[in-house]
Design a protein around this ligand. Structure first.
Ligand SMILES: NC(=O)c1ccc[n+]([C@@H]2O[C@H](COP(=O)([O-])OP(=O)(O)OC[C@H]3O[C@@H](n4cnc5c(N)ncnc54)[C@H](O)[C@@H]3O)[C@@H](O)[C@H]2O)c1
Ligand SMILES: O=c1ccn([C@@H]2O[C@H](COP(=O)(O)OP(=O)(O)O[C@H]3O[C@H](CO)[C@@H](O)[C@H](O)[C@H]3O)[C@@H](O)[C@H]2O)c(=O)[nH]1
Length: 444
């Protein structure tokens, strides 16, 4: 049992802290956002993540998990301190380290005994050393401490499951004692623990995300070729994925990647490579392909309708992926304003991300939690998130509700034969269009 303080109670800090409590540690989750902490203290959970609420309730009741905005006190009480604050994209694309630096200063000022200080935030190579020097500068006495990089690989929407059963833990440190402590913390979660240097651990995180993002842009490039040559990208994914050297994961063509990590971390990696004098052309192309996918889907919609002006468009999905209310870098945030500015009335559906979206987009669209209500009198339906509710749509009902049977699918959810049978005009990514439905309003 270790006394752990997690600084930053967001998607990563709250999940990690809760899982460390679940595995028998004494955990304090703290944040400088008092509203967030008050919400947690009153039994609320600021994010949607399957299984999280139940696990928090269980551990708070057991007394193994608590919340505070008194960060200084939480630092003093800890043996292990996890830094899990945000490292957002700065306007230049670089990772903004201001929150990490601020936390390092607060840690330095409040260290009162030996502590292991662990970076869980995704940070550029060299940040561990920077944290070490900031802490040293602010120490009140010559207390010993060790620095560890322990990057986080969880996926939103499956965060609890993937933390409690992680495929691997990466621990970067020079200290044997710190390695011992952090690897013991991970033994309940995985038997695969990789010990590396601080710098190697830091770059492993960016390399992992960049590689996954590359797979997605690669299959999207193949999809764009498939459209031109009359092939079907879903079958290409299957065909190449059967080769165990390639694997079948992260080969789903579509509107491209969004979320709080891939766009930000690919951009940061470009800066990391520039800083060390290397031109990482591949990752720049990955980003360019990804941006192009959002444009392509809107072009398909515009071509099918003739004009956006005066049309009613049902957008299905606001979150960047299913099972989360996270809308950071979600395609919907770019596409809805574009549709609205070009004269369309947008009716948007999401089962859980409506409140978050309202904060950003306000009344640029009408919001619905009922998927069928969203589709009433629509000239077109645009699928942006592969929610289960979208996958399970009653297509007969959809056809009855819509003004005309036009579906533009950014997630390749439906098979072409089904859409042919139901009589839709169905436009997806990297597959041949189905031109079955009668689109009455095409001409302008
Ligand atoms: N979201 C993911 O799926 C994921 C997965 C792996 C790694 N990461 C990385 O983990 C880090 C955190 O990501 P997140 O999605 O949890 O971010 P988040 O924005 O959800 O949470 C960050 C939290 O840190 C708090 N914070 C900021 N400055 C603080 C300070 N000085 N003191 C105390 N609290 C402070 C914020 O109030 C916020 O609650 C990022 O570096 C991210 O790249 C995220
Ligand atoms: O075949 C695929 C797989 C994913 N996506 C999209 O890619 C984005 C990211 O998806 P996913 O990786 O499932 O979600 P994240 O929660 O962003 O997780 C990624 O980013 C995290 C933050 O760094 C890492 O910890 C995870 O390992 C990494 O998968 C989403 O927009 C998906 O729709 C595709 O377009 N095609």
């Amino acid at each position: 049992m270790k006394k752990i303080t997690v600084i930053g109670t967001g998607y990563v800090g709250l999940v990690s802290g809760t899982c460390f409590a679940e595995s028998g540690n004494q955990v304090i989750c703290c944040d400088n956002d008092e509203r967030k902490i008050n919400n947690l203290l009153q039994g609320g959970v600021p994010i949607y993540e399957p299984g999280l609420k139940e696990l928090i309730e269980k551990n708070v009741k057991k007394g193994t998990l608590c919340f505070t905005s008194n960060i200084k006190q939480a630092i003093r009480e800890a043996e292990v301190i996890y830094i899990a604050v945000g490292t957002p994209m700065s306007p230049s694309g670089e990772a903004d380290l201001s929150f990490v630096e601020q936390v390092a200063k607060t840690i330095g000022e409040n260290v009162n005994s030996y502590k292991v200080i662990v970076t869980k935030s995704t940070v550029p190579v060299g940040t561990g050393r920077l944290i070490e020097s900031i802490i040293k500068q602010h120490l009140r006495e010559d207390y010993p401490f060790d620095i560890v990089s322990n990057p986080e690989f969880l996926r939103e929407g499956a965060a609890i499951k993937e933390t409690l059963n992680m495929e691997r833990a990466v621990i970067g440190t020079e200290s044997d004692m710190a390695y011992q402590i952090i690897s013991e913390l991970h033994q309940p979660f995985t038997s695969t623990i990789l010990r590396v240097s601080l710098e190697t651990a830091e770059i492993i995180k960016y390399a992992a995300n960049a590689f996954l993002a590359t797979k997605i842009s690669f299959i999207n490039d193949i999809a764009n070729i498939c459209e031109r040559v009359g092939a079907d990208v879903t079958k290409v994914s299957e065909g190449i994925g059967l080769d165990s050297r390639i694997g079948n994961k992260f080969l789903q063509a579509g509107i491209g990647f969004g979320g709080s990590c891939f766009p930000k971390d690919t951009a940061a990696l470009v800066h990391i490579s520039q800083k060390c004098g290397y031109d990482f052309k591949l990752i720049k192309a990955v980003m360019e392909t990804n941006e192009g996918q959002r444009v392509k889907i809107v072009e398909k919609l515009k071509d099918a309708l003739g004009t956006l002006n005066g049309k009613t468009i049902s957008v299905l999905g606001l979150a960047f992926k299913p099972d989360t209310n996270d809308i950071r870098s979600s395609p919907a945030l770019d596409i809805i304003p574009y549709l609205s500015v070009n004269g369309a009335t947008v009716r948007a559906f999401d089962p859980i991300a409506v409140e978050e979206t309202k904060k950003q987009l306000g009344y640029q669209c009408l919001y619905f939690k009922d998927i069928y209500e969203t589709l009433e009198n629509a000239d077109a339906c645009l699928i942006l998130t592969d929610w289960l509710q979208v996958k399970h749509l009653d297509l007969n009902k959809v056809k009855e509700l819509m003004r005309q049977p036009l579906i533009v699918d950014g997630r390749n959810i439906f098979d072409l034969e089904t859409m042919q049978e139901f009589g839709f005009t169905y436009l997806s990514i990297g597959r041949q269009p189905i031109n079955k439905g009668t689109i009455i309003s095409k001409a302008i």
